[in-house]
Structures are given as structure tokens and as C-alpha cells.
Write a protein of this length. Structure first.
Length: 135
């Protein structure tokens, strides 16, 4: 991945982010929207220290994932997406359900986190809790 792509992805991170509930080992989820995080508990503000996020609305990232796993399938309605452009065009505001199916593959590709969307809200899946500090 080119340094310009890394900078582009990191610049998409909106700090602070919020989490409803305590941080546990393994994957942790954060939201750019405090009200969204409140659905999962008392929202606390955090700063993400991630450097290489997989962006589920980035055509090249989706292409890289598809090279590993083949066509992406939306588990909500079973729609199969054959191109990254089609996936992003249809699901740009709700990538979470399809992308969460491939967390281990994305982590294996060297990314340290995932940027997803749900209902148009930007959320983050962070693989290592040391990449998160209180804000």
C-alpha cells in the first residue's frame, strides 16, 4: 500500500470516537456518533491510534478483499456483489453486515482496524485494544 493511501485512510478517522460499554480483549467497536454508541451502554470518548485501517468504502480495499475471498455477499438479503464499485454503490451507507463476515481475512491482510458504516454512521472495528486511549 502506498504512503498516500495510508495517509488518506488515517485522515478519515474522526476523533473522538465513542463506545458504549467497557473495552474487552479482542475486537472492539467504536462509533463516530455518541448517540449510536449509547445504544450499547454509557458512551465514553476515546481516541483511536490506528495507522492502517481497512476502509469499507474504498474501492481498492474492497478489491483487495475480493481477491482473497471472491464475490462479497450481503447476508441481509443474499445479494452477491461481483465488483467493488457495485458493492460500494449499493452499500456505502451500510457496509457493516457484509464486512463483519470477513474480519479475520481483513486482519490477515495486515490492516489494524476496519472502517464500516451502519445507517450512514461511520463506525470502527479495532483489533488491538492498545490502539485505543481515553480521550
Amino acid at each position: 500500500m502506498k504512503i498516500t493511501e495510508i495517509c488518506e485512510n488515517v485522515s478519515k478517522i474522526k476523533n473522538p470516537v465513542f463506545r458504549g460499554g467497557k473495552i474487552s480483549d479482542g475486537l472492539s467497536f467504536y462509533s463516530s456518533d455518541k448517540n449510536f454508541a449509547a445504544d450499547y451502554g454509557d458512551p465514553m470518548a476515546y481516541k483511536l491510534l490506528i495507522n492502517n485501517p481497512f476502509d469499507s468504502t474504498n474501492v481498492r480495499h474492497i478489491e483487495m478483499l475480493m481477491e482473497r475471498v471472491g464475490n462479497l455477499i450481503d447476508p441481509y438479503d443474499g445479494t452477491e456483489y461481483e465488483t467493488a464499485e457495485e458493492f460500494i454503490e449499493k452499500l456505502q451507507n451500510d457496509t457493516w453486515e457484509s464486512i463483519e463476515e470477513y474480519v479475520s481475512e481483513i486482519q490477515g491482510m495486515g490492516f489494524d482496524s476496519i472502517i464500516i458504516t451502519e445507517g450512514g454512521i461511520v463506525n470502527y472495528i479495532v483489533f488491538d485494544k492498545s490502539d485505543v486511549i481515553p480521550h
